[in-house]
Write a new protein. Sequence first.
Length: 269
Amino acid sequence: MLTLVPTPIGNLEDISKRAITALLDAELIFCEDTRVTKKLLQLLSQRENLQFNCNEFKSFHSHNEKQILKTLSPEDFEKNIVYVSDAGMPCVSDPGASLVEFCIQNNISYDVIPGANAVLTAFAMSGFEQTEFTFYGFLAHKGKERHQKLSQVMQSSILPILYESPHRLLKTIEEIKNIDENRTIFLAKELTKLHQKIYKDTALNLFEQFKNENIKGEWVIIIEPTKTQGENIELSDIEDLDLAPKVKAKLIAKLTGKSVKEIYNQLSQ
């Protein structure tokens, strides 16, 4: 079978007994980075006085997962296979979902062990009283895709949560400030680690605080949701508008993801 095992996001003591048992029983470990996983097992063996006997480690990450899946067969899962990402819960802004889907499609038994996760930890620490949230992962580094995703985040009425690297944190805070400088932001740095720290203030105040600092560590950003509530636009709303076909085609394309040309041809028939 396959077992997805969460690993500590900073504090080694956050690994569970179930996770350790799964690693002890593993005959093959798929790893986001084999070096990171081997180092983790070394630390655990020293701390817990354990002997991990698995000697087969295979790299499985976002750049090679499609190629690896092509080499797998259901018979491979007659032994105990474990998947771990470098830190935290597999499939949450990390690879692993394609392995799960492979098991579902081939009727292979699998299990997911609960454990450390930066999204839920930050959500509980933030003090926001919303009971719903939307996790957006990392924004694109630049360009139209980044602008569109951030606009979506800032318009969300459901508490949005992002991951961000130290290199782009200030840029993200500045972009949020430029949209709404009074929007409250919660920041969590290096969760569960020695230098864990949290901040909660307006986008403007946080930008002023961080603009001259040497920012380090991995960050979780939680943004106060918009209080503006509006109705969702339906496809029929646009179709009923008295607009030129080209304009109508562009609006429908944005809503459906289809090409403008395809929709324009349909409208012209």
